[in-house]
Design a protein around this ligand. Structure first.
Ligand code: PHE
Length: 340
């Protein structure tokens, strides 16, 4: 029996494994319930008493050797993964995980901001829950003035400090003017809220990109040139713009901007309702009262501002005729859009 143990020791020491399966087979062969070691322990019971001590020591040494060997092999192979299962073709490409795509509104918003950033504008951010000053008063909407109803505002708290959900990102224009001194060339993308009945053309929230430029000697001609540049970058090189007089409390003069219909090239189609033009934004020269409210001297500085609805431009760009599909979160719709 002693020689048998000596042979086993050699066998065990010489053993090497290349997969975890090999180690497991080795363990079962020697240490498993019907393995070599339990059989030796069984045989040990019949060993004459005076030999028990020596055999016992040898057997225990063998057991320790085996356990050490198994543990070491397991550790060595721990990082190697399992052996390839039989019948699996390892050269096949892996199953691809579905990747998300950017939301179409984000794609269009990024496109708009990129165009203005190329012209030197910097993005500014502000809170969505605002106070009366930033939404109305600073922007030349006096208290009780009917112009406050131009946008159906959601009020959050009607208490002493009336708070509301911003109905335009002009709120951020005020914040920028209050905290910076001219020259200012700022862009305000963001979500805005209005108490509108949800329909194919209106939602209770939507997205805007507004812009503000303030410096010495800024004129309406500068504004027109910038917006023409924007229209050509956004809707194609052949695009043209036209301006119609309009009214906003915070700009004077004010205008509504239309871009020539890029779908029919002004020949007239359903999208432009046969007018050849698509309305895309409001703009104007910042009212001197607004500059003064924000601590900028209107005798020294002048500026222009503009604002557009991202959702509306996305509808035009992707030829989507119901605004609601952008927010239904139906992945079959959303995954059609990839950013350029
Ligand atoms: N704030 C206006 C709106 O939400 C858009 C606008 C911005 C108009 C700047 C003129 C100048 O409708």
């Amino acid at each position: 029996m002693l020689t048998k143990i000596a042979v086993l020791k050699q066998e065990i020491e010489a053993f090497s494994a290349s997969t975890r399966d090999d180690v497991e087979q080795f363990r079962v062969r020697y240490l498993g319930r019907k393995g070599v070691l339990p059989a030796l322990f069984k045989a040990f019971r019949t060993v004459p008493v005076h030999e028990k001590k020596q055999f016992g020591q040898e057997l225990n040494a063998l057991k320790n050797l085996l356990e050490d060997k198994v543990n070491r092999l397991k550790e060595e192979l721990a990082d190697c993964g399992d052996s390839p299962a039989k019948g699996v073709d390892m050269t096949l490409p892996p199953e691809m995980q579905a990747l998300g795509s950017r939301h179409p509104i984000s794609i269009v918003q990024n496109e708009i901001t990129d165009i203005f950033c190329k012209a030197g504008f910097k993005v500014a951010d502000g809170p969505e829950i605002e106070d009366d000053w930033h939404q109305f008063s600073a922007l030349n909407f006096p208290p009780e003035h009917p112009a406050r109803d131009m946008q159906d505002t959601f009020f959050v708290d009607k208490g002493a400090h009336e708070m509301l959900l911003r109905a335009h990102t002009s709120t951020v224009q005020v914040r920028v003017m209050e905290s910076q001194s001219p020259p200012i060339r700022s862009l305000m993308p963001g979500r805005v809220y209005r108490n509108e009945t949800v329909s194919a053309r209106a939602n209770c929230f939507f997205h805007q990109v507004e812009g503000l430029y303030i410096d010495k000697g800024v004129s309406f001609a500068d504004l027109k040139q910038l917006l023409l540049y924007f229209a050509r970058e956004m809707f194609g090189k052949k695009s043209d713009i036209r301006m119609r007089p309009s009214y906003f409390p915070f700009t004077e003069p004010s205008a509504e901007v239309d871009v020539s219909c890029y779908i029919c090239n002004q020949k007239g189609c359903n999208v432009c309702k046969h007018t050849g033009y698509l309305e895309i934004m409001g703009c104007g020269m910042v009212d001197p009262n607004v500059l003064e409210n924000c601590g900028i001297d209107p005798k020294v500085y002048s500026g222009y501002a503009f604002g557009m609805g991202v959702d509306r431009i996305a509808m035009l760009k992707y030829n989507v005729n119901d605004l609601r599909v952008f927010f239904d979160n139906d992945v079959r719709f959303l995954k059609q859009f990839t950013s350029a």
